[in-house]
Design a protein around this ligand. Structure first.
Ligand code: SF4
Length: 226
């Protein structure tokens, strides 16, 4: 049994860890050229420690809709901090309160979220249904922190846009119970997808950041969110 475990480590774990790290290092160099701070940690736990250090005590912290933030444990960590967390995931929260929180989030000190895709050359590609997340990434909160699993690194802009339609949006639609074509078939059918159910209402591409230290990407060597 011990031999089998060692072989699996050599065959699966080590090559995966190596490619995750190499891809992350390549992307980080390109993000920095775009004035986007970027870091790599092998695990979400290591990343969370560094992210929390970046958030000042008593800061107002908004959350952009993100499965990665929930899955990684970052949400739990934020809840334990001495900050004003605009917690849209609080149990029993009303839709009116979520609306109010989303509006306040536009002027928060910090926005914490993830990204649907990061291209090898360092562009941040996102889709949104309501628009509050992508709006906050672009303007408003003084600091933006994105926790992004390596599964979201893509070779090109085209691949990033495909990732949204093939992976991110269908899974989000299923999670949220939206009545969209991709919910029923798993495939996008753009022409036959209409609001209010349609999740893909805004698609944004961030090509660079003008305000020093505003955008911060934490790449994690794990598969996080979708
Ligand atoms: S456009 Fe509609 S069908 Fe296509 S991925 Fe988005 S929500 Fe799904």
């Amino acid at each position: 049994m011990a031999t089998v475990m060692m072989d699996l480590n050599e065959i699966i774990t080590k090559p995966k860890e190596a490619i995750y790290q190499r891809k992350a290092e390549f992307v980080i160099e390109n993000l920095k050229k775009r004035n986007i701070n970027a870091f790599y940690h092998r695990t979400a736990a290591e990343s969370i420690v560094e992210i929390c250090k970046l958030i000042p005590q008593k800061a107002t912290v908004a959350l952009g809709g993100s499965v990665s933030v929930m899955q990684s444990g970052l949400l739990v960590a934020l809840r334990s901090m001495t900050i004003e967390l605009l917690d849209r995931y609080r149990l029993g929260i009303s839709s009116e309160e979520v609306e109010r929180i989303m509006l306040r989030g536009m002027t928060a000190d910090v926005l914490v979220s993830s990204c649907n895709a990061i291209t090898a050359d360092g562009k941040l590609v996102n889709e949104d249904g309501r628009g509050n997340r992508v709006a906050g990434l672009i303007f408003g909160p003084k600091k933006v922190i994105l926790m992004v699993g390596v599964n979201k690194i893509v070779p090109s802009l085209e691949a990033g846009l495909s990732r949204i339609k093939d992976v991110a949006a269908p899974l989000n639609c299923i999670r949220l119970g939206y009545d969209t074509p991709c919910t029923h078939t798993g495939f996008c059918d753009d022409e036959n997808c209409h609001p209010p159910a349609r999740a893909c209402s805004q698609i944004t591409i961030i090509e660079s950041n003008r305000v020093k230290d505003r955008l911060n990407v934490f790449l994690v060597g794990e598969e996080l969110g979708y």
